[in-house]
Design a protein around this ligand. Structure first.
Ligand code: ASP
Ligand code: MG
Length: 425
């Protein structure tokens, strides 16, 4: 008898009907002879609605209280799901993150899991229960406060529990049939990927693909937990994310040269204008940013104009950190010694990801050709061993993604990219 962890996202449990549908699926897995642990997200857009509500009573809600509020969303869905399962004649018990033994650090709103002690889950399973765990939350080790893992954190809860319980697989149920070669909301001809390596999936996730969060994939890779991403609305096989290619029939699925195209419109660009071209300048700019606890993404520095000896440095960062970064730089303007700052939040990033890039020299050229054929201007470029990313105007992103997708032969013949639910909010 195996142990499976299943995670259902908000769009899968958006209403009472959804909860009943999911309950049936869970019972199926149990009837197939598995021990089943379920991680559930808040219903539909509950989390967003709770955040809106918090902002109506306070422009900057206290982190501790916001976590207390948001975790209520998952408590609602876990209890309802347990009730629905019992109604089908099976034993179920719901648990908060804290009760399930999800121990985190004490950084509110983006806590990290530091340990999982699932004793109560084990006991519940041993007593024949299906265990339902509230996603995206834990309890801090030192203060014993309730914490959340950051938006979309239920996937990480699921993988962490799968690792702690030594599960065979972590199934992530969502509103699409798996991981696609591009966002199916943008590319109708996106193709479902049968298998993808942890490495390529990590790059896609950090390049803006929202189907799985980076932290969740990182966790899965560290503990070598295979993830099966699939739809709760269809019975189709989804996408396997694991270290080794899966078997299909009697042959292994081959590693694709290009896994997919990701895009991200959540970043902004800051240009520091008129920086003296001498050692230590970049260091003091990025020290300032780091001290403000802001993560940056791409960086470019131009050569200085010979006449002035001044240069510009641009970098990208999450839009949500824009204000903080500008304030921090302004405060240190004298120390750093720049002329002015430019802030641009109308940018988008397009990334091509695939391990095959390492050994296929034409990929970069083909990527740029596809963009130029689509009339898309490139503003910044960055690369890793298995990824090329460019920054363009935000408005160009959908067109650019489709052009690159087609150019790399990723388009499917059928319109298989179905989006079953969710408001995409
Ligand atoms: N409910 C949380 C959110 O919407 C966590 C999750 O869905 O994974 O971000
Ligand atoms: Mg959600």
């Amino acid at each position: 008898m195996g142990l499976v962890v299943q995670k259902y996202g908000g769009s899968s449990v958006a209403d009472a009907e959804g909860i009943k549908r999911v309950a049936k699926r869970i019972v199926e897995a149990k009837k197939n002879g598995n021990d089943v642990v379920v991680v559930v997200s808040a219903m539909g857009d509950t989390t967003d609605e709770l955040i809106d509500l918090a902002e109506q009573v306070s422009p900057m809600p206290a982190g501790r209280e916001l976590d207390m509020l948001l975790t209520a969303g998952e408590r609602i869905s876990m209890a309802l799901l347990a009730m629905a399962i019992k109604n089908l004649g099976h034993k179920a018990q719901s648990f908060t993150g804290s009760q399930a033994g999800v121990i985190t650090d004490s950084v509110h709103n983006k806590a990290r899991i530091i340990d999982v002690t699932p004793g109560r889950i084990r006991t519940a399973l041993d007593e024949g229960n299906i265990a339902i765990v509230a996603g995206f939350q834990g309890v801090s080790q030192d203060k014993k406060d309730i914490t959340t893992l950051g938006r979309g954190g239920s996937d990480t809860t699921a993988v962490a529990l799968a690792a702690a319980l030594d599960a065979e697989v972590c199934e992530i149920y969502t509103d699409v049939d798996g991981v696609f070669t591009a966002d199916p909301r943008v590319v109708k001809k996106a193709r479902k990927i049968d298998w993808i390596s942890f490495e390529d999936m990590l790059e896609l996730a950090s390049s803006g693909s929202k189907v799985l969060l980076h932290r969740c994939v990182e966790y899965a890779r560290r503990y070598n937990i295979p993830i099966h991403v699939r739809s709760s609305f269809s019975g189709l096989q989804g996408t396997w994310v694991s270290s080794e290619p899966i078997e299909q029939g009697d042959k292994k699925v081959e590693q694709a040269i290009i896994s997919g195209v990701a895009h991200d419109t959540s970043e902004a660009k800051i240009t520091v204008v008129g920086v003296p071209d001498k050692p230590g300048e970049a260091a003091s700019i990025f020290r300032t940013i780091a001290d403000a606890e802001i993560n940056i993404d791409m960086v470019v520095q131009n050569v200085s104009a010979a006449s002035t000896g001044l240069t510009d440095i641009s970098f990208t960062l999450p839009k949500t950190e824009g204000r903080k970064a500008i304030d921090a730089l302004e405060k240190n303007r004298a120390g750093i010694g720049f002329d002015s700052l430019r802030y641009d939040d109308q940018i988008g990033k397009i990334s091509l990801v695939g391990a095959g890039m390492k050994t296929n020299p034409g990929v970069t050229a083909d990527f740029f050709t596809a963009l130029s054929d689509a009339g898309v201007n490139i503003e910044l470029i960055s690369t890793s061993e298995i990824r090329i990313s460019v920054v363009t105007r935000k408005d160009d992103v959908p067109e650019a993604v489709r052009a690159v997708h087609t150019a790399f032969g990723l388009d499917s013949d059928s319109d298989e990219a179905v989006v079953y639910g969710g408001t995409g909010r």
